[in-house]
Design a protein. Structure first.
Length: 462
């Protein structure tokens, strides 16, 4: 068994996979043994050399590089303070903090000129962009847009169930990372092409877990309500899962052991999570006491998240996921309690009808309007909740933002979790409750948006 584990964790396997699909290692520059390794595309190396020019200019350039690094750190603080977000409004909290933490590490090493570098080339652009897309299928920004699309354009009842499955699988996977604490594949020989997650541990791969859980759950929940080919559903699940898993090896972020463990764990979880979610959804939607259960459980989940031996973005990312689910649950619950939801006029299964050009235009319009509402909500909620956190912790916001993330910095960690939980709770509440009301007011609502209340279990109809 130990031999099998060693083989599956071998970073050489990951490098062989990368090399097979067109990643070429150009040069390894080890300035100091044991220091941080970073991957740089060879084209950027040429640009740097052209900028540096002759050796006589190198000292001045080094000073300018250090100055740029300092300005970049200051800009990142200004960005945080001014709440700059991506145009989609769904930038990943873990991605932001992970990238900032990685920059801090790189700046510390680069200031001494001792950073170890692997220069590489991408020989096949097709595989590069395909696997880059595949990796996005498991990232939080895509999941946010994917789930929102379900609520705004497809079927809110399926959307609620998907978010709960995603939340449970995500929480367990991220928690196990900080319990098991297996490092990601070593660089070298691996080339980490997506280093924003490099501060997290690798076992199990939550991308692989979600790559199996999300499409499988979507197929399970929709096959009970809509008429379509089982083969089509299985094909979508297979293609989605394979693409996500292969992308993680191609980008150098997971070993084969991480991925296989993630798939196995996700499969075992789905055996009971999917039926459980399908069963409790009606209760969580209709019961007057549902928030009295979901709110304390969500807070306990954040509080009892497994500790780690060092700071990683995993806990903050998971807290944002828990807050997102709670926002979805409260939004759906309020829709029902206010009498907005009503019973469907007919029972499933329903025939899937291809959207007309006008329907497609309305779908895009709802995505744009809903996205703008989410952006504005996040822009208001993020600084407000962070300021409240600083007030409760009796600390200064500007001082806290300038401090580095560290496991011993309890106040910064507490403020981080506080604002992420409440910010994403608020954003997702607007996705489920406020945005559909705005659509209705503007006359661009989805037909049948509030008439999907069918109290049933999917397993009863299979």
């Amino acid at each position: 068994m130990d031999m099998l584990e060693t083989y599956l964790r071998n970073p050489a396997l990951v490098w062989k996979f990368q090399s097979f699909f067109g990643v070429e290692k150009v040069k390894e520059v080890e300035n100091r043994k044991g220091n941080l390794w970073v991957a740089v595309e060879n084209a950027k190396k040429v640009e740097i050399e052209l900028l540096e020019g002759s050796n006589g200019l190198k000292k001045g350039t080094d000073k300018e590089k250090q100055s740029c690094h300092q300005r970049r750190k200051e800009d990142s603080i200004d960005e945080e303070d001014s709440n700059n977000v991506s145009s989609s409004g769904y930038s990943s909290e873990g991605e932001e903090e992970g990238e900032r933490g990685r920059r801090q590490m790189e700046d510390q090493v680069d200031s001494k000129g001792e950073k170890n570098v692997i220069y590489y080339k991408i020989r096949n652009q097709f595989w590069y962009f395909l696997f880059l897309f595949g990796s996005q299928l498991g990232d939080e920004p895509f999941c946010a847009l994917f789930f929102s699309f379900w609520f705004w354009n497809l079927d809110a009842s399926v959307g609620r169930r998907l978010v709960l499955v995603w939340n449970i699988v995500m929480y367990i996977g991220q928690g196990l990372k900080d319990i098991i604490r297996w490092p990601r594949p070593a660089m070298p020989p691996v080339i980490q092409l997506e280093q924003k997650w490099s501060l997290e541990y690798g076992m199990p791969s939550t991308h692989a877990m979600l790559g199996l859980a999300v499409p499988t759950s979507a197929v399970f929940f929709t096959m009970a309500k809509y008429e379509y080919s089982t083969l089509l559903g299985l094909s979508i699940v297979s293609a989605w899962c394979i693409l996500v898993c292969c992308s993680r090896m191609y980008l150098g972020m997971h070993s084969l052991a991480d991925i296989l463990a993630g798939l196995t764990l996700s499969f075992l979880l789905l055996l009971w999570v999917v039926p459980m979610v399908d069963y409790v959804d009606s209760f969580l939607l209709c019961s007057t006491w549902a928030p009295a259960i979901t709110i304390p459980l969500s807070l306990l989940a954040v509080w009892f998240y497994p500790g780690s031996d060092r700071w990683t973005p995993a806990r903050g990312d998971t807290t944002a996921a828990v807050g997102s689910y709670l926002g979805v649950q409260l939004g759906g619950w309020l829709n029902y309690q206010q009498g907005i939801l009503h019973q469907a006029t007919s029972l499933p299964p329903y025939l899937i009808v291809s959207p007309t050009l006008a329907d497609t235009g309305l779908m895009l319009l709802r995505v744009i309007i809903g996205g703008l509402i989410a952006v504005l909500t996040r822009a208001v909620a993020k600084p407000l909740t962070y300021q409240v956190a600083c007030y409760l912790l009796k600390t200064n916001k500007a001082t806290l933002l300038k401090q580095e993330y560290h496991i011993s910095n309890k106040k910064k960690l507490a403020a981080d979790l506080f604002y992420k939980f409440l910010t994403w709770l608020t954003v997702c509440f607007t996705v489920v409750f406020l945005s559909p009301l705005v659509f209705n007011l503007l006359g661009c609502h989805r037909a049948g948006a509030y008439s999907e209340l069918v109290l049933y279990n999917s397993s009863d109809l299979i």
